[in-house]
Design a binder for this molecule. Structure first.
Ligand code: PEP
Ligand code: MN
Length: 639
């Protein structure tokens, strides 16, 4: 049952409730949600719920209808984020895990770890105990394999996961690894689940070969009832009558499971298909279906692999898959996880003052707009979900907050695929020489019709939003709300808080879903934009002195420059010729008027960056071909 606690409950009252539940043999878990704190009490219940309902500090008692309790969405509405080593799984992230099916030797795992890390994997996999169909097949290196796996993970900065097949190995393995893997064949090995659950460590729980979704979630319940709340589910194909593939990938399990449980679910396209050429398309399908990540088998010599060679990707194929997944991420409203999104301790900002900051770590990031704006979404894609934010009224205010050291970073929009360049931010970048671009993030703009709860379509008379929001949803407004007047507002999230303040059920706002969540409002219609290919690109900015910390974990592949050229024929051509000679492919070029110099312009350009050495040389020559030149920052591109 779920015991919803009153907001004014005292610690003593809470303890009394917990004690009573525990003395009645129930397992108790406290879950803090955005609004309420609840206690989940599971086990063989002989208590009358009314006895608990009458206790001080209890708001209500609700039964959980599903057989799995701790794993169910009924108990916990918010997504669980599982932390493995420094890597988080769940929420708005896509996490790539890769490595060989089995650890075969120290050299093999070191080589593959290096290659998959380079390609974008953030967690390393590799079996040391292999549950093989034949007793004569390679069974894995055992503890020796774990040592090599740990060494490779440490060397290349990746947490490691490996399969556990026996309860007697659990304690020994816990010293070497960051996440246990329960294989498909052992999904219902309940003694194993109990032992692993007791460690409290993260567990990757594969779906059994012939398991229903409910059985799979019951296996997760075993782990959770025994002590871990860190479970990641993994769809890896089930056995059907179809023989063309090794298993049949049940892609629909991903969205189904997400409705039923708060636990993250990832996909394993390698074991699902059994064939190398099917891994990438099915991996993309899993991400498109909403998977929080993929676990993929990769081998540098798959023809010599001791197990699962035919389904192992070559490192370069994995690298291509990572790039494709990254391109897909904004479509599903997620970001590809690159280590470390978690900001190292030395980046934490103890002194920062963010009076409107949300709860979370000490790092503070500025954005422009109100709480729940698309810009805030961008901040949380780059940093952690619970990073502190400082909403600023204007772009200029955000630059000032950075400049004064009130925040370590700011995330500001630079370009929208429908609306074009946000020129104010380009101009501001040139005016603050100590502020530099360190990163980039792309957010898909999905508009929603947001209303006070209970509002009906036919009652709506006015719709508020930023003029771009209104323009981008014109088709919907004409079709579905012909009676409503479109009223421009200064920003989308601000329109939502305005509608909320009035409490009026004849008005609505158009904004992103975070604005509805933040303001506790209802989304009446989702995805109402006319053109779904609507993305905004944001720059992550910092002061020069903080730039390297960010760049060290996000190796730059772009550079942005601004320059002016003399007023003579071919001057721009001469400057661009230098770029051509050094192979600096130009991704964007924009001209902007120079403030205070009528009819004079500067250029803003973004260039692909392959080699620092070539860049230095090119900049040196470019200096001769331009009247002024500034590097505005180096960053890792998001597309
Ligand atoms: C594996 O990941 O190597 C493995 C054996 O997977 P599964 O348990 O899904 O077959
Ligand atoms: Mn395998």
């Amino acid at each position: 049952m779920i015991i919803v606690l009153r907001q004014d409950i005292t610690p003593k009252q809470k303890d009394d409730i917990k004690t009573l539940l525990k003395t009645n043999g129930l397992i108790v878990r406290e879950i803090k949600g955005k609004e309420d704190t609840v206690l989940g009490a599971v086990g063989v219940n002989r208590m009358d719920p009314r006895q608990i309902e009458l206790m001080d500090g209890v708001a209500s008692v609700v039964p959980i209808s599903k057989p799995y309790k701790l794993a169910s969405r009924e108990l916990k509405k918010e997504d669980t984020i599982v932390t493995v080593g420094g890597v988080k799984i769940g929420g708005n992230r896509v996490v790539m895990m890769a490595g060989p099916c089995a650890v075969e030797s120290e050299r093999q795992i070191m080589e593959i770890a290096s290659l998959v890390r380079e390609a974008g994997a953030v967690i390393l996999r590799g079996g040391a105990f292999k549950p093989r169909t034949s007793p004569y097949s390679f069974q894995g290196l055992g503890e020796e394999g774990l040592k090599y796996l740990r060494k490779a993970g440490d060397e290349f900065g990746m947490p490691v996961t490996t399969e556990v097949v026996s309860p007697r190995d659990v304690a020994m393995m816990a010293d070497y690894i960051d996440m246990f893997q329960i294989g498909a064949r052992n999904m219902q090995n309940f003694e194993l689940l109990k032992e692993v659950g007791k460690t409290g460590m993260p567990v990757l729980l594969k779906r059994g070969l012939a398991a229903t979704i409910e059985e799979w979630l019951m296996a997760a319940e075993y782990l959770m009832a025994n002590g871990t709340d860190q479970v990641v589910l993994c769809e890896r194909g089930i056995r059907t009558y179809e023989k063309a593939t090794r298993n049949t990938l049940d892609c629909s399990a991903v969205p189904v499971v997400q409705k039923l449980t708060h636990l993250p679910v990832i996909g394993d396209p390698s074991h699902a298909t059994g064939m190398r050429d099917l891994v990438a398309p099915m991996g993309l399908a899993l991400v498109a279906a909403g998977a929080s990540g993929l676990i993929v088998e990769v081998h540098n010599h798959p023809d010599k692999a001791l197990s699962d060679g035919p389904q192992s990707l070559l490192p370069e194929q994995f690298e291509k898959l990572v790039r494709d997944v990254q391109a897909l991420c904004p479509v599903v409203g997620k970001s590809l996880e690159s280590v470390p999104r978690i900001i190292p301790a030395n980046m934490k900002d103890e002194s920062a003052q963010a009076d409107t900051a949300s709860s979370g770590g000490d790092l503070v990031v500025a954005f422009q707009g109100e709480r729940g704006a698309f810009s805030e979404l961008a901040v949380r894609r780059v940093f952690d979900e619970d990073v502190k934010v400082m909403p600023c009224k204007t772009f200029h205010d955000s630059f000032e907050a950075l400049n004064k050291g009130l925040v370590k970073y700011a995330v500001l929009p630079i370009e929208n695929t429908l609306g074009g360049t946000i020129v104010d931010n380009i101009d501001l970048l040139t005016r603050y020489p100590n502020i530099t671009i360190v990163g980039e993030v792309q957010v898909r703009i999905i508009h929603n019709l947001i209303v006070n709860p209970g509002t009906r379509m036919e009652d709506i008379r006015k719709v508020y939003s930023h003029p771009q929001g209104l323009a981008q949803c014109r088709g919907f407004l004409e079709r579905e709300l012909p009676q409503a007047e479109a009223i421009p507002f200064f920003d989308t999230a601000g329109a939502v808080s305005y509608v909320k303040q009035t409490g009026d059920r004849s008005i609505a706002a158009i904004a992103g879903s975070p604005a509805a969540v933040y303001n506790d409002m209802e989304v009446l219609r989702q995805g109402i934009e006319t053109n779904p290919r609507n993305y905004t690109r944001f720059f992550v900015l910092s002061r020069e002195e903080n730039a390297d910390v960010f760049r060290s974990s996000n190796t730059p592949d772009r550079v942005a420059v601004s320059f002016t050229v003399s007023d003579k024929p071919g001057a721009l051509f001469d400057a661009l010729e230098v770029l051509k000679r050094y192979g600096l492919n130009m991704k964007k070029l924009e001209s902007r008027p120079i403030a205070g110099k009528p009819w004079e312009y500067f250029f803003f350009a973004e260039l692909e960056l392959h080699s620092q050495e070539d860049l230095e040389k090119a900049l040196e020559e470019l200096r001769d071909q331009t009247s002024s030149l500034a590097v505005l920052g180096e960053y890792r591109s998001a597309h």
